[in-house]
Write a protein that binds this ligand. Sequence first.
Ligand SMILES: *Cc1c(COP(=O)(O)O)cnc(C)c1O
Length: 470
Amino acid sequence: MNKNELYRRIPKVDSLLGDERIRELIRSCGKESVMKAIHEETDELRAFLKCHEEDEAADTRMAEMIPHIKERVEKDAQMHMRPVINGTGMILHTNLGRAPLNHDQAQRMAGMMMGYTSLEYDLDLGKRGERYSHFEGLLKEITGAEAAMAVNNNAAAVLLALSALASGGEVIVSRGELVEIGGKFRIPDVMELSGAGLKETGTTNKTHPEDYENAIGEETKAILKVHTSNYSIVGFTESVGTARLSEIAKAHDLPLIEDLGSGALVDLRKYGLTYEPTVQDVIRAGADIVCFSGDKLLGGPQAGIILGKEEYIARMKKHPLTRAFRIDKYTAGALEMVLREYRCEAQAVERVPVLHMITQPYEAVAKEAEDLYSRLKEADLKADIKTQESEAKIGGGSLPLEKIKSRAVSVRPKEMSVSALEERMRHLPVPIIPRVAKDQILLDARTIFPGQHALLVDELKSLIGGEPQE
Ligand SMILES: *Cc1c(COP(=O)(O)O)cnc(C)c1O
């Protein structure tokens, strides 16, 4: 059969629209989405016919047209942002949304989302209230700070602090701390944006107290200390700690602003991790303003928390940028909820998912890996399955060198390549994001919730189960 004749046999749009199955699709998903799918499918069919002239292949392909259109429409109707299973072992995975909430916390948030809330309504006075009121007291209680507020993220928090306290003047920063945090957040750029001039001091590897003393001049409005969370200079290094810097700042009547980045509220040394200054430590050591992320080590919603001296926080609350950076009701509610967990450290470590994943003993993670392994074994997959030691990471620019001993299930598919399997896993209804290493798929048990095991096994079975593969 010649090509033109073949093309003529492709069903026309009108005849497709007359098909009851297509009509049903339009009723449930809307005409626009169905028309888009018809056009895409027709284009693909034409491309297919170009390389397949035999009647039989062409006929089979044409017969599948309507089911294919249905598939396209259904895929188009799915939410583009979806829950995924994190098998990477990266606990604060920025691309996967950093900190998750637990089931109970998510349910309480759902209640808050379905109606009105007391976001800016003072229930005691029956009049307008402040959106920070829900968590400011908690932050003060937990950290010992005089006052607190929050904006959309820590990048905004740093920009606000510099704009409110140092615009038009100079801010002193050590050359060892002029870092790029990622996603185009560079300290020198943020400084410029805030209207504060950057006064560099010290060297990349060493900065001494005298360097700060010597840099202070007429124009100086603040000293900024940046926690270099996502890299570390090792070897011949020296930096000035918060306590010493605070003495220098006080002697010159300047505010000391500390960008802490991760913002741990729990001392993780108890759980075998390297020392990371906690927010409490930095406040105690004399920082006047501390900024940190809500969704890094705190394990809450995306936010930039700012706390410290009352007079400085009051100036920030009044700054016009605060309105531009203001948090929404979901963030305010989730922050209060997660911070409440910190009233009791043991509870926080158990119930804040990020802390739980970081502090969970290896033996417990190994047990979960074993459970996943035996379920996968039982599913009779066309793959070699085993468990092996793994290294989880905190991620999100927190404790970059920290490797947490973990255990993973390794999957080596027998009838497809690792990259083909990885791609299919990404397209599952609940996508599974694994770590791909040396020709195997690794599923790190530290970041997979035990409640996800059954689903994960079912999904993998649909990809590499006993059923014949196409
Ligand atoms: C992560 C980080 C930021 C940016 O925080 P976001 O909440 O992601 O905006 C700023 N400073 C430091 C030191 C950081 O580690």
